[in-house]
Design a protein around this ligand. Sequence first.
Ligand code: HEM
Length: 186
Amino acid sequence: MKGIIFNLLEMLVEDEEGDAVWESLLDEAGVSGVYTALGSYADEELIALICGLAAHRDQPIDTVLHWFGRRSIPILADRYPEFFEPHVSTTSFLMTLNDVIHAEVRKLYPGAEVPVFDFAFEKYATDDRDTPTLTMVYHSHRSMCALAEGFATGAAEHFGEAIQLEQLECKKMGAEACVLSIRISG
Ligand code: HEM
């Protein structure tokens, strides 16, 4: 995982929990804590830090991953306005994940192993308002679907929209891939 992800986690932990908690998470994980944005570090280091934070907060790991993704979006929007500015809605933003955002990330951060999403639209047959549902199938060897949910939630907050998110299938429950069903309303 690229150092930029560790940098985001450090900023958010220091902001919400304080510097001392970040230092103790590093100690408990047995890692140096020196992460350069372009460097690559073992996924296990990130997982150890997330697990440490989950223990510190007495929360499930997926809750912490979701929080991490949601809170990262305002920082990313500040740092990469070009990914957000062409859009007025969460859906159109999310639809550019493969071909624009993560494609650019792979150029900016050589060696980045970004997830791949399949997109499909469906309509709720029973819904009077006919709100389309965006289905995102998340493919990654990392199984961090809760992080993807957090990013999507943060994106909806960024665009001032309400999001209803349901996870229909999960790799951790034996499915081939994680399937996220997303309904957005302005
Ligand atoms: C400006 C927006 C974004 C930027 C700059 C960005 C950048 C990145 C970077 C640098 C990584 C690390 C890849 C690596 O180290 O190998 C990453 C991973 C990831 N990104 Fe994005 N991302 C953005 C938005 C999103 C959104 C909106 C989603 C989902 C809805 C998403 C889902 C993920 C997930 C789940 C990972 C973890 C790696 C994995 O699952 O394999 N990202 N992203």
